[in-house]
Design a protein around this ligand. Structure first.
Ligand code: MN
Length: 316
């Protein structure tokens, strides 16, 4: 998915890990794109990174008939990995490597942009009329941000029963199940289903900071009631997480070792300098570096205007 809330200036995103603190709801921005409601929960004011995770858009749930719920034309990425994770519905991914995957709920769509890739994501013509999911980005560390682009689409992700529910690992290793997704810095992503009337006790890595989002149902995390589609910062230094639900819940958990580098984000690029961003923008506008996305029927996404000035992060 493309960054649908573009700015003309780049955002400086640095790590600001905190040790054990009260569970803290982060502000979000909501944008309506046709029938689809998108909550941008990362980066937001006061919180730019959680581990290596630098971007988190929660979209849906939506039901639709004729229109495509998602149709994001070819656009470029550098310096990051994109994770598309669906709770319901389907999206077709196509990229400039020639990859094509029909992604359904429970499958991982992981695109490593490295030094540059272009992709498109759209609702297929033959669809369920539903869409519910999330798009997340992982920042690549300095030593890996120029790797060759690659794409992985898995038939399913490892899921394990735990007392009180089921954990599916999206990225990294969580509660005994490891994802096949390639990683360049320590981090984790998981989808947690809590059964009605149950409490789950899940192990956390005290060296990681974490964030949790309630996607469906009702839940309490460490006895704090969660609002739906709000990202809660859990900090670092915790060795366990208690989740309970009255009616049943689905939560998304992200985390990782504090990233240790300040990145510059603009549009669909994660970089270090405004010059790099300007060069990537120019390459895209000239049709260089990123290649074409075959078999996508529609126009490329033009880059927004870029003023070339970083916005210092107010949250740091
Ligand atoms: Mn994208």
């Amino acid at each position: 998915m493309s960054n649908l809330l573009p700015t003309t200036e780049a955002e400086e995103c640095g790590p600001a890990p905190r040790l054990l603190s009260p569970i803290e709801p982060l502000p979000d921005r909501t944008v309506q794109l046709g029938a689809l409601e998108v909550h941008r929960v990362l980066p937001v004011r006061g919180r730019r990174l959680i581990g290596p995770w630098c971007f988190f858009d929660r979209f849906g749930p939506v039901t639709f008939r004729q229109d495509k719920a998602m149709d994001v034309g070819p656009h470029p990425h550098i310096g990051l990995q994109t994770v598309t994770w669906l709770l319901d519905g389907e999206v077709v991914h196509k990229d400039s490597l020639g990859s094509e995957c029909l992604v359904r709920a429970g499958q991982l769509s992981l695109m490593t942009a490295g030094r540059g890739i272009a992709h498109a994501e759209e609702t297929p013509g033959d669809n369920s009329g539903k869409l519910d999911g999330a798009q997340l980005w992982v920042a690549l560390p300095e030593h890996s941000r120029s790797v060759a682009p690659q794409y992985l689409c898995t038939p399913e992700q490892p899921a394990r029963d735990h007392r009180g529910g089921v954990v599916t690992t999206i990225l990294g290793e969580f509660a005994g199940a490891a994802s096949a997704g390639v990683q360049f810095s320590p981090g984790v992503g998981a989808d947690i289903a809590v059964r009605a009337g149950e409490t789950m006790n899940l192990p956390l890595d005290p060296a990681f900071e974490y964030g949790a989002l309630l996607a469906r149902g009702d839940a309490q995390a460490l006895r704090v009631p969660l609002q739906r589609n709000t990202l809660y910062y859990l900090g670092a230094g915790r060795s366990e997480l208690d989740l309970s639900s009255r009616e049943g819940a689905r939560l998304l958990l992200i985390g990782g070792a504090p990233f240790g580098e300040t990145v510059l984000m603009w549009w669909n690029f994660v970089a270090r300098t405004a010059e790099e961003i300007a060069a990537a923008r120019q390459a895209w506008e000239r049709g260089e570096q990123f290649g074409d996305v075959p078999r996508y029927n529609g126009p490329r996404t033009p880059a927004p205007r870029f003023l070339g000035r970083p916005i210092p992060s107010p949250g740091r």
